[in-house]
Design a protein around this ligand. Structure first.
Ligand code: PRX
Length: 649
């Protein structure tokens, strides 16, 4: 694999050299207390300093960061910048329609956040209450998040692409009493019926007392007088000042749901102090952020990337963050590149799935644009193959912008493994080296570290400030999911190898979590949706490779006796999964199965199904535990060709 030299032009302005990285990294492991203490003082403003930087350990699972420290997230993102940046744009907003653009200064954002914090208070929202946010990518989503943070309420942002059912289960799990939404969203020229979805979700959520609605479009929506309130009406009735609450470092800032390998999505809970320190520090170093730069992360705020690197990281560092409401292909495949030129974007952070889709359309879509403002490119969410990396680096970035391939997770709060621009020689397709304070290891099934270049399970040996606090209301699941397999270590759920130069190569999940177009979906959730259909007796879902989405969903479905497979049933199943989860979870392949391969104790052998779906039949491994070996032969005989012709979408 090639090692790109660091572009010379770039190396002149970097925040860090390779030698400085190595020195700082060593120190961060040797002396984490002083290292993180200095970072916490430099990047965050505290009302009261902490008693201890880190207490507890992975062994005892009682970790706490910056204990007894007091701070406020909104104050750190806004108030403290007002002296120097009040007229600087905090947000540049580009609407779905390219003619709609807004610049919101730090002073304006501050005022709106104060106003909305007062609205929340008037509605009796208190510190520690959970507030559900189901919104499009409009500046108000940032206002609402920071207003929650200002008064110490815990926001729970639910991606606007999730279905009413998925929204309902998240509202119920977090016990939210308020939902903030928009009448409609706009994406790719299409209208998303957000308020209608909320109405549907709330049928089974009687505890929700109020719904606050932002008017994004002029279309009317149904209204419940007792419950629904317009955002713009409420904002007129309140003062533009609201003193920030003093929040404890270990008080939760937000909960964000993500899929696990089993059961319902987990509410990942993040702290205030540790999370903010980590968001600011990683944003500064990984994106080599310099004052005055225009920074654009394309992630929706419904995902962790949107939380940490569209909102908190950049605003903590006083950056101008670009929010984009639309999609990469609307009105044309040039949209990203046009936005970069139009707003002179310096730092651009997106997902491999978007890069693959744009690359497939051809370079002609880049031709009318210069992208000369770019100095850095980033990617996140799934492995980026070397070919796609090369295209991003040489065509999009014209071989002058380093690419930071950042590896992290909802649970980690911020980036754990990534090149640092200017400091790390780049290798196409590798997330390179660990960030400060992060001690990864690759282990075999028994927890022994493997040799260089050997694949194994990626674990993290020591706590870092951005890490999750727990799973909301489910500490047992937190312990079982992340710390049971290798006690004393955090289990990532990813497979990886490390080469002899210390570069990490992360290949993907080793549990039953799928990555469809970078979106995390649990096989269990999809299977539960399939089982809702009265004709279905059993279902098992695995991932197969997809040229654009990275992975696609392949479902094996056994129908009840006497039910004949038909196209109608197949369509109903696809519909059911979309209804339970959302359009991000579309089944690409449905194979009818007379029975599923099971062990004698009745466990479905997913490993075998994965091999069958992927046509990887050379080594089926140990099939001796199968109750009925004939089942496998039948499934192989009826396997669907994983190619465009048999796809459903
Ligand atoms: O499998 C890894 C993959 O995304 C998973 C985490 O998904 P989520 O919690 O949705 O967060 C995504 C954005 C931080 C990981 O377990 N992943 C993330 N980044 C990379 C990656 N896989 C390979 N390379 C990456 N850079």
């Amino acid at each position: 694999m090639s090692t790109h030299p660091v572009p010379v032009e770039y190396a002149r302005q970097t925040n860090l050299t390779e030698a400085q990285y190595r020195k700082l990294y060593d120190r961060s492991l040797r002396d984490p207390t002083n290292f993180w203490s200095e970072m916490a003082q430099k990047f965050v403003t505290w009302y009261k300093p902490w008693d201890a930087v880190l207490t507890g350990s992975f062994e005892k699972l009682n970790m706490a960061w910056f204990k007894q420290g007091k701070l406020n997230a909104a104050y750190n993102c806004l108030d403290r910048h007002l002296g120097t940046r009040s007229k600087q744009a905090a947000i540049i907003w580009e609407g779905d329609n390219p003619d709609e653009v807004r610049h919101i200064t730090y002073a304006e954002l501050y005022e709106d956040v104060c106003r909305f914090a007062n609205v929340l208070k008037k509605q009796n929202v208190k510190k520690g209450d959970r507030v559900c946010i189901y919104m499009p990518m409009v500046p108000e989503v940032v206002v609402v998040m920071l207003a929650c943070a200002r008064i110490g309420a815990i926001h729970s942002v639910v991606f606007g692409g999730f279905s009413p059912e998925a929204l309902e289960s998240r509202i119920l799990d977090a016990d939210c009493h308020m939902v903030i939404t928009a009448n409609e969203g706009l994406r790719g020229g299409k209208v998303i019926p957000l308020k209608k979805n909320v109405d549907e979700a709330l049928i089974n959520c009687p505890q929700v007392r109020k719904v606050i609605v932002i008017k994004r479009t002029e279309n009317p929506v149904s209204w419940q007088e007792e419950r629904d309130l317009w955002y713009h009406d409420l904002m007129k009735t309140v003062m533009p000042q609201c003193p920030p609450e003093m929040i404890d470092s270990e008080d939760s800032l937000f909960v964000l749901y993500t899929s696990g390998s089993t059961g319902k999505p987990k509410g990942i809970l993040h702290t205030t102090g540790g999370y903010l320190v980590y968001a600011a520090v990683t944003h500064h170093y990984v994106f080599d952020y310099h004052d005055g730069e225009i920074y654009w992360c394309t992630a929706d705020v419904g995902w962790i990337t949107g939380h940490t690197y569209s909102v908190y990281g950049p605003l903590l560092n006083g950056a101008t963050t670009l929010l984009f409401e639309g999609v990469p292909h609307y009105p044309s495949f040039s949209r990203f590149w046009e936005i970069i030129d139009k707003h002179k974007v310096n730092i651009f952070y997106t997902a491999p799935t978007a890069i693959r889709a744009l690359r497939r359309e051809g370079d002609q879509f880049l031709q009318g644009t210069t992208r000369e403002s770019l100095k850095l490119l980033g990617t996140v969410g799934e492995p980026i193959g070397p070919d796609v990396w090369e295209w991003y680096y040489s065509v999009v970035g014209q071989s002058r912008c380093p690419v930071v391939d950042t590896w992290w997770q909802t649970e980690t709060g911020g980036i754990l493994i990534s090149p640092l621009p200017g400091a790390t020689p780049l290798k196409a397709g590798s997330a390179a080296w660990p960030f400060f304070g992060v001690e990864p290891a690759i282990v075999d099934d028994h927890g022994n570290e493997v040799a260089d270049d050997q694949m194994g399970k990626l674990i993290i040996k020591k706590p870092w400030p951005g890490m999750m606090q727990t799973i909301y209301k489910n500490r047992d699941r937190f312990v079982a999911a992340y710390f049971k397999e290798f006690p004393g270590n955090y289990l990532t759920g990813d497979d990886a190898k490390r080469d002899s130069s210390g570069y990490y190569w992360i290949t993907g999940r080793n549990d039953d979590v799928l990555k469809i177009a970078g979106h995390r979906i649990g096989t269990g959730e999809v299977e539960a949706a399939l089982l809702h259909n009265a004709d279905v007796s059993e279902a098992a879902v695995v991932a197969v490779p997809d040229e654009i989405k990275g992975e696609a969903i392949y479902a094996f479905v056994t129908l009840k006796v006497d039910i004949k497979p038909t196209e109608e049933i197949k369509k109903a199943l696809i519909q059911q999964v979309r209804k339970s989860i959302g359009a991000i979870a579309t089944l690409s392949y449905v194979q009818w199965a007379d029975t599923l391969p099971k062990t004698r104790s009745g466990k479905i052998m997913r490993r075998l199904l994965r091999k069958i779906a992927n046509n990887d039949l050379t080594e089926l491994g140990d099939t001796s535990t199968l109750a009925d070996p004939q089942v496998v032969d039948n499934l192989i005989a009826n396997r669907l060709a994983v190619e465009e012709s048999s796809r459903n979408n």
